[in-house]
Unconditional design. Structure first.
Length: 281
């Protein structure tokens, strides 16, 4: 496990000197790894010869120092998992290594789209995410970067950043890994008490309802999803939106064709997000 930028550069130089034609894949994480990350590693191995995983709890993604401190950290378990998966390079820097000036660092901005959906309640989130993502892409220079589809807004904004800043990297995605209850496998879902999981499972059920009614138009689609959540007091819905996957802007009334249904809610104090591909009729 490498903790310094100099160490990362030296290791990557060694790898590339040994196998100059080898393709390199990057998976960026904030640790507390789970089954979803395992799928990312498997996909990266299919797409590249060398797999690099970064483990960095990015403080720029959190609302406060308290939220940052409260995020679960499992470095020993993460290291064992990545070793068992045969990951070639693990980069796990301290905060000051990637952000020597803390929040005063030069930032990449997500623009207006970074203030919608996830960015509406966390206006700092995507600027912080893209800033560190850009640093990692610059340091690793991967041929491909692999992301999960649970946060489709993140994927969209990373792809746009790659295009706009001319990073020479392919962006690949992996379908969301779900449990038997339909919930995405995630760190925050894993923090829920058993009694709250049944309430949380209504979120993917709402997306299923949206998809089942999408052929009736946008209003019926959203109404069906809202109906699936009614009567559950433990869910505090933050947003339920249907967007055009090519622009990530809300679809217009009367729109037809492929779309994405996005949902975010708080259950028992834990904020959960999910999405589903739908087809508007």
């Amino acid at each position: 496990m490498i903790s310094t930028i100099d160490g990362l550069r030296a290791r990557l130089a060694e790898v590339r000197a040994t196998a100059p034609e080898a393709r390199v894949a990057l998976i960026s994480t904030i640790g507390s790894l789970h089954d979803g990350h395992i799928d990312l590693v498997h996909r990266a191995r299919e797409l590249a010869d060398i797999v690099v995983v970064s483990v960095f709890v990015n403080p720029l993604r959190f609302a406060s120092p308290a939220d940052f401190a409260a995020y679960p950290r499992t470095p020993d378990e993460d290291a064992r998992l990545l070793e068992s998966l045969g990951v070639d390079v693990v980069f796990a820097p301290e905060t000051k290594e990637l952000l020597p000036d803390g929040s005063a660092t030069t930032k990449v901005t997500a623009g207006d789209l970074g203030l919608r959906y996830e960015g509406r309640s966390r206006p700092f989130y995507f600027d912080g995410l893209l800033t560190v993502e850009a640093k990692l892409l610059h340091l690793v220079r991967p041929d491909v970067a692999v992301y999960g589809e649970r946060d489709r807004q993140r994927v969209f904004l990373v792809r746009r950043m790659v295009r706009d800043l001319f990073f020479d990297v392919e962006v690949a995605t992996v379908e969301t890994v779900r449990g038997d209850d339909g919930l995405p496998i995630s760190t925050r879902v894993g923090m829920l008490e058993d009694r709250d999981l049944a309430a949380a499972a209504l979120l993917p059920a709402a997306l299923d309802a949206a998809a089942a009614n999408a052929d009736r138009g946008i209003d019926a689609c959203i109404a069906a999803a809202q109906s699936a959540l009614m009567g559950e007091p433990r869910i505090r819905l933050e947003y339920l939106s249907v967007v055009d996957p090519t622009t990530f802007l809300p679809v217009d009334e009367g729109s037809t064709g492929p779309a994405l249904a996005l949902i975010a809610a708080t259950v028992a104090g834990h904020r959960l997000i999910d999405n589903a591909e739908i087809y508007l009729g």
